[in-house]
Ligand binder design. Sequence first.
Ligand SMILES: NC(=O)c1ccc[n+]([C@@H]2O[C@H](COP(=O)([O-])OP(=O)(O)OC[C@H]3O[C@@H](n4cnc5c(N)ncnc54)[C@H](O)[C@@H]3O)[C@@H](O)[C@H]2O)c1
Length: 445
Amino acid sequence: MKVSVVGTGYVGLVSGVCLAEKGHEVICVDNDAEKVEKINAGKSPIYEEGLDDLLTNNIGQRLTATTDLRSAVLDSDVSLLAVGTPFNGSEIDLTYVRQVAKDIGSALRDKPGYHVVIVKSTVVPGTTDTEVLPLLEEFSGKKAGVDFGVGMNPEFLREGAAIDDFMNPDRIVLGGMDERTHAVMADLYAPFAGVDVLKTNNKTAEMIKYTSNSLLATLISFSNEIGNLCSALGDIDALEVMKGVHLDKRLSPILEDGTRVTPAITTYLEAGCGFGGSCFPKDVKALISHGEAASQPMPLLNAVIDINREQPGQVLDRLSKHFPEHEGLNVAVLGLAFKPGTDDMRESPAIPIVNKLVENGAKIRAYDPIAQEEARKVFNGADITYCESVPETLADADAVLLLTRWDEFSTLPEELGKLEKEPVLIDGRRMIPRYAVSTYEGIGL
Ligand SMILES: NC(=O)c1ccc[n+]([C@@H]2O[C@H](COP(=O)([O-])OP(=O)(O)OC[C@H]3O[C@@H](n4cnc5c(N)ncnc54)[C@H](O)[C@@H]3O)[C@@H](O)[C@H]2O)c1
């Protein structure tokens, strides 16, 4: 099948590369010429484990990249729309989605034969049918359901595990306006045999994505609220509390042979310094505003966001407990990305923490194995010394803030033990065993 994918960010590029690997002929489209050039040179503009290898396997063969959306649409049977859908402060920003819908529509005007347009971006319920479809009709001069089909196929990949998630999905949700659209979407995903496929309408498909993300964000804020209460009450470690909760057989089932399964969902039931990334914060906020616009108050999800906004402050409070003055304080920051396995800095809890410390006059040395380059852009000239390793970051530190759960930080107790004067460790991720270092502070402790 010939597929065009518009937008080559985390979702578009991973989808394009993986669909090519599965045997489709894919044209990736982006209006950022630099990204397109990199992709055609076999270099991924983003970091994802395994992405470079798959890109080199397919580029120039079943995969090409271009800035020319029109020719990509004319030369394909299906177009996936995978551009960003940020939150603009009051609601979802559909600028990019609308622009691409208009551009695909214009191209369809000159395309003979049936075409299917699939929205892969996360969009609030109703967007595909009431925004994308009418724009496609208006700009193509053609009729949806007759000349082209419109579908919605939310993406569930997790940054840091994106290739594996796309190649081995847990579910495929196919929203579609009619049977013909569903049939083309089923062909697109035919190479993913054995995966649960949920066929539904576009609006339900859109809602499934928001509900999934909102549930996960709610579990995190719930755990953080409990963690903060454990800290306030004293003599309770939220880590132990959550261990006890995880042992509920409805969360961690006991198999017939007596062994226990510990599902990944339990990792969302752990206290930390808050969720970030390009999805949870913006998607929960967009759903709240969409609900409120429909006169449906969303008090639970509002609380999820409020708790998360305050959570990075827990790290700073623990620092202030040991060092009330931050001016001139040597602080080592380990981890800047919003989670391990990615260079994505969007809404990372490290951002408000580092910004506050810079404002307070602390001397910051920072290290992230992958996100350093992105971090430089985000902190844009702020007085931060970027280091290349954990030991280099720890030099002269009064305090160490662990903000991302990168595997290589697990050697921290040994590294700290080598120092003449051991700094305070503030573990924003509860990654290091509390008695492994001499002065330990952790969220939920
Ligand atoms: N990042 C994730 O983990 C993830 C997971 C699931 C769903 N999503 C959703 O997928 C969508 C895309 O997210 P992302 O993180 O890949 O975004 P991104 O910002 O990384 O990438 C978007 C890309 O679209 C390109 N673009 C913008 N306007 C364009 C246009 N008119 N023509 C061609 N290209 C254009 C941009 O240059 C950019 O490369 C969002 O709706 C997001 O919510 C993201």
